[in-house]
Design a protein around this ligand. Structure first.
Ligand code: PLP
Length: 401
């Protein structure tokens, strides 16, 4: 008879199998047991029909990976601890000394910082291209180019590029293209089937997604995914992912699994409120420009319409305004501070609306010709009543008038 402490650790009870409930179970593990040494020697960590170590997958992470493949129309998925880690994994797996990566000038800021920091230190060069001019991308593709990043809509300024043309250029140059699909979230368009009905499908090679945003939906989880349709490419990424020791915690995976069923409902609601507020801002004279791809005056509106459907296509929950130049930075800061429902904070995709002023001149290689001069403020619209948010914007504008 084992002593109590041993009996508690090596307990023989097995719950009956066949438990079925709305949510999948949460399996937490570093160690995973093998039935015997022969099985341990035979199991391959790359083979998802079995388990070898918590970092290489559990039922919880495998389940989330499959659901995310369904969301984005991909075949293989890697989970990483943040959206930025997804960008870094792709760069580290595919680029080596002497290679060049092309990045749109309106890319997610930390992605540019990675190129200017670690990638540059390791002898990997980068060039920024004009996301609104396919000829500029075409001119910058060179024999050294190994990877092109794409993003639709662009970060902060929300210009919508001609994504199909950009992908065609990469295809023609036989260069891999990776899309940051956080804005589209798998709902606004299909990254692996950009022109539905057309064969062969026009597809990006890799779609990364900051699950931190809409899939989490709570502003309380950091996670990213790297989705592909080509097994060979997936394995190149997966080997690097394993060697870097990247993985996600089971409780975080469970949070995303729990939020996924409401993803499209939330996305639609964010979208609807955002359009109402962006339209409202367009009527005001404080602003030189309102940036939202569904507004006809917004840069890339026609490309958005072509890719995301008709006027009722999806457009996420972000818009930006550029204050007329007679508003000083201090007045714009005071406007942000005067908002009550909008909180000042980074990120988006949660239930609370957020506001953030940006200094665009520090973020772009040159001021884009299609943007008015002035201080930019970005709004992330949450799930509050659009009328309440509208009133909040109006009272804050009155305070700085
Ligand atoms: C937020 C964001 C990321 C990074 O996600 P984190 O999980 O915060 O690292 C990457 N790309 C875009 C477009 C984002 O908005």
């Amino acid at each position: 008879m084992a002593e109590l402490i041993t009996a508690l650790i090596h307990h023989p009870y097995q719950p009956p199998s066949g438990f079925v409930a709305p949510q999948p179970g949460v399996f937490k593990a570093s160690t995973v047991f093998f039935p015997n040494v022969a099985a341990m020697r035979q199991f391959d960590w790359k083979d998802k029909s079995a388990y070898t170590y918590g970092l290489h997958g559990t039922p919880t992470t495998y389940t989330l990976e499959e659901r995310l493949c369904t969301l984005e129309g991909g075949a293989q998925c890697l989970l990483v601890p943040s959206g930025l880690a997804a960008i870094a994994t792709v760069c580290l797996a595919l680029l080596r000394n002497g290679d060049e990566v092309l990045i749109p000038d309106n890319a997610y800021g930390p992605s540019k910082a990675l190129a200017e920091g670690e990638l540059a230190h390791w002898g990997i060069t980068h060039r920024y291209f004009d996301p609104m001019d396919p000829a500029d991308l075409a001119a910058k593709l060179s024999p050294q180019t190994r990877l092109v990043w794409l993003e639709a809509a662009g970060s902060v300024t929300l210009e919508f590029p001609d994504l199909c043309e950009q992908v065609r250029l990469c295809r023609a140059a036989k260069v891999l293209c990776a899309l940051d699909n956080t804005w589209g979230a798998g709902l606004a368009f299909r990254p692996f089937d950009l022109q539905p009905g057309q064969l062969p499908a026009l597809a990006v090679d890799i779609s990364i997604h900051a699950l931190t945003k809409y899939p989490s939906g709570g502003g309380d989880v950091l996670m990213g995914s790297v989705i592909t349709t080509d097994q060979g490419l997936h394995m190149r990424l997966k080997l690097c992912h394993m060697r870097l020791g990247l993985g996600v915690a089971a409780n975080d995976a469970e949070s995303v699994l729990r939020a996924l069923p409401s993803l499209s409902l939330r996305y639609r609601q964010h979208d609807e409120s955002t359009r109402a507020l962006a339209h409202g801002c367009q009527q005001r004279d404080e602003f030189a420009q309102v940036l939202h791809p569904a507004l006809p005056q917004s840069p890339g509106h026609a490309q958005w319409q072509a890719l995301c459907g008709d006027a009722f296509g999806a457009a996420a929950g972000l818009f930006s305004v550029i204050f007329k130049p007679d508003y000083s930075q201090a007045q714009v800061d005071a406007f942000c501070d005067a908002l009550q429902l909008f909180k000042i904070g980074y990120s988006w995709g949660g239930p609370m609306s957020l506001v953030m002023p940006y200094q665009l001149e520090t973020m772009r290689s040159k001021w884009p010709a299609h943007l008015a001069r002035g201080t930019l403020v970005r709004f992330s619209i949450g799930l509050e009543s659009a009328a309440d948010l509208q009133n909040d914007l109006l009272q804050a504008l009155q305070q700085v008038a």
